[in-house]
Design a protein around this ligand. Structure first.
Ligand SMILES: [Mg+2]
Length: 247
């Protein structure tokens, strides 16, 4: 635990969304698998593991936020493997299965919801979001989580909407200056060492690494986070014990 005598009282906490408030990578795995199953059921004649591997490549090459993964996937597959089938039917089958899974299984971590509500109701902290992604997609996650009322007005920062992407520290700078708080009075909570720890550290923010597991748990940041926790109840203890937040 790093303590600084010059440290100002904590005034603002910003949160990452994916794999911090939501089990996004786990959900995405399941949703993509269901989509591949649906395309195979619709007549695509290809072994599932090969199809999944091809999809992984598409996502790596075109980013996870690209909107037409399944169309691109079909372009890469020999036409004879879906001879006589209109490719639109295959894409639609995949998209439907993906969205059905999303409606059923994209749920936030319960402890995250409870702790954010508690902080909103019991403290004067500025609470916000700094997230990488597309505006409507990320906003949908906040709505599903029902925490919008807990967030300070004007405190939701989405990379695509700002034209600044993580890991550029400017996205963190922008959030602090818009809310009129110094970085040293602010904290960022996220799971990805490269995107969520090093950049806010570099401008003097406190950082909390949320380490539940997931795809970034083996990566190490260049600068150690101010704190590390495994869930939001531990995070709450940390606020009480290290940041003198009464809640
Ligand atoms: Mg994340």
């Amino acid at each position: 635990m790093k303590k600084s005598a010059k440290r100002r009282p904590l005034r603002a906490i910003f949160f990452d969304i994916d794999d911090t408030l939501y089990s996004t990578s786990e959900f995405a795995e399941v949703a993509r698998e269901n989509a591949m199953n649906a395309m195979i059921e619709q007549g695509l004649n290809m072994p599932k593991d090969e199809l999944q591997e091809e999809l992984r490549e598409v996502i790596n090459e075109f980013s996870s936020n690209y909107e037409n993964h399944f169309d691109k996937l079909l372009l890469r597959i020999p036409r004879r493997l879906y001879k006589g089938i209109n490719p639109a039917l295959l894409v639609a089958a995949g998209v439907m299965a993906y969205h059905d899974t999303k409606n059923r299984e994209l749920v936030p971590y319960e402890d995250a919801v409870e702790v954010i509500r508690l902080l909103a109701d019991k403290t004067d902290l500025i609470l916000g979001i700094i997230t990488e992604g597309l505006e409507v997609k990320q906003a949908e996650k906040l709505l599903r989580m029902r925490i919008v009322r807990c967030l300070t007005p004007g405190a939701v920062f989405i990379s695509n909407q700002l034209g600044i992407s993580k890991p550029n520290p400017k996205i963190y700078q922008r959030a602090c200056s818009d809310l009129n708080v110094r970085p040293t009075e602010s904290m960022y909570v996220g799971d990805n060492p490269i995107n969520d720890i090093d950049p806010p550290s570099s401008i003097g923010m406190m950082t909390v690494r949320m380490r539940r597991g997931g795809k970034y748990s083996k990566l190490e940041p260049k600068t150690p986070p101010t704190h590390e926790v495994q869930n939001f109840w531990d995070f709450l203890d940390l606020l009480r014990e290290e940041c003198q937040i009464e809640v």
